[in-house]
Structures are given as structure tokens and as C-alpha cells.
Write a protein that binds this ligand. Structure first.
Ligand SMILES: Cc1cc2nc3c(=O)[nH]c(=O)nc-3n(C[C@H](O)[C@H](O)[C@H](O)COP(=O)(O)OP(=O)(O)OC[C@H]3O[C@@H](n4cnc5c(N)ncnc54)[C@H](O)[C@@H]3O)c2cc1C
Length: 141
């Protein structure tokens, strides 16, 4: 979201530098349009984060009866770990250099979004495994 002075952009049309992933990105999803719109509106007011719009982008979509969700970006991943595979439910973590960069799910309910903080913190995979273990223990009958 830099360019002509005094002009801001958000949503599908905006190509911006995402400090979280240290690269330019363009994201065509609803949640990004809303969150980036908030950031863009704050910018002329001077109430924005001066470090930039750091985001682990989230989307969900219903496709052919499947709920797909993802938080973060898989670009550049070098490790995939299946966190949960239970019937139709699938939860997968993507990492780069041992750090979490994305979690994606099928029929995973609120589980995908529950990882957003860890994706935003680029947590270690050990932290990710510990969280999943805690969650599994909590729901064990
Ligand atoms: C078929 C389809 C399915 C999708 N499904 C999902 C999904 O499941 N999950 C998800 O996260 N995202 C989904 N998306 C993406 C999501 O809709 C977009 O990322 C989001 O709408 C982007 O918001 P925006 O405000 O950037 O753009 P838009 O929502 O496209 O808004 C742009 C607005 O600008 C208006 N406009 C254009 N030109 C002018 C002009 N010259 N003057 C004035 N107004 C103008 C347009 O009429 C429009 O209202 C889907 C998109 C499509 C097309």
C-alpha cells in the first residue's frame, strides 16, 4: 500500500509489502479486503501501524460440500505436517525453516483460525505440536 502520495488501496486491487512474509503480496479474499481496508482507512489519519500491514491472510470457501480454510501463506514452504486427520477433518501445517507459515484445513471448524496467532508469530513447529497435543487432550473423552 505505497504509491501515489495521499492515495490508499485495499482488497483485491492492492499489491502491498507484507512485513510478516517480507515480500509483496496480493490477496483476493474477503477477510483481507476487510482488514486491509481498516488499515488503509487509518493511514491518512496517522493511526496505522507504521511498520506496515502485517497479515496472516485468512480465507474460507465452501466448495462441493467441503469447507476449505487457510490462514497464512504456503509460498516457500519446505515442510508439511498433518496435525489432524479424523474422518473428513484434515488440518495441515506448512513450515519454512522450522517456522509455521500457514495452516490449512478441510472440515476443520474453528481449528484453522485458532492457529492465526501462531502463524503471525511464525512459531516453531514444536510449539505447534504442543498446541495440537493440548487440544487433543482437552477433547479426549
Ligand atoms: C465468484 C467468487 C467467489 C468468491 N468466493 C470467495 C470465498 O469463498 N472466500 C473469500 O474469502 N473470497 C471469495 N471471493 C473473493 C472476494 O469476493 C474478494 O476478495 C472481495 O470481494 C474483494 O473485495 P474488494 O473490496 O477488494 O473488491 P470488490 O468486492 O470487487 O469491490 C469492488 C467494488 O468496486 C466497484 N467498482 C469497480 N469499478 C468501479 C469504478 N470505476 N467506480 C466505482 N466503483 C467501482 C465494484 O462494483 C465493486 O462493488 C470470491 C470472489 C468471486 C468473484
Amino acid at each position: 500500500m505505497t504509491g501515489a502520495a495521499g492515495v490508499v488501496a485495499a482488497g483485491d486491487a492492492a499489491n502491498w509489502y507484507n512485513p510478516l512474509y517480507e515480500r509483496f503480496m496480493r490477496v483476493e479474499h474477503w477477510t483481507n479486503a476487510i482488514e486491509q481496508g481498516t488499515y488503509a482507512a487509518r493511514r491518512p489519519l496517522g493511526t496505522h501501524d507504521p511498520d506496515g500491514f502485517a497479515s496472516a491472510p485468512y480465507f474460507w470457501s465452501d466448495q462441493y460440500g467441503m469447507l476449505l480454510q487457510s490462514v497464512g501463506s504456503t509460498a516457500g514452504y519446505d515442510e508439511i505436517e498433518i496435525l489432524v486427520r479424523d474422518g473428513e477433518k484434515l488440518l495441515v501445517a506448512y513450515a519454512r525453516h522450522g517456522r509455521l507459515i500457514c495452516v490449512a484445513g478441510l472440515h476443520a471448524g474453528t481449528a484453522v483460525m485458532s492457529y492465526r496467532c501462531l502463524v503471525s508469530a511464525q512459531a516453531t513447529m514444536d510449539t505447534v505440536r504442543a498446541k495440537e497435543h493440548e487440544t487433543a487432550e482437552a477433547v479426549r473423552p
